[in-house]
Design a protein around this ligand. Sequence first.
Ligand SMILES: [Cu+2]
Length: 65
Amino acid sequence: MPVVTVKGMRCQHCVASVTKALTEVDGVKDVAVSLEKGEVIYTETKPVDMAEVKAAINRIGFEAV
Ligand SMILES: [Cu+2]
């Protein structure tokens, strides 16, 4: 499963925001955010460009590495 490192998440509210933003990307599902690791893991229902996933994270104010 794809893993993205995300900087700037500090609380459960951030986790919820990132989860929501990624769930809205077409083809992304089962988004799991680890606050401790600063990581997001997801599965795909079809091939998804990771750049699109990272852009969705950056758009809401976090930094996808
Ligand atoms: Cu927060």
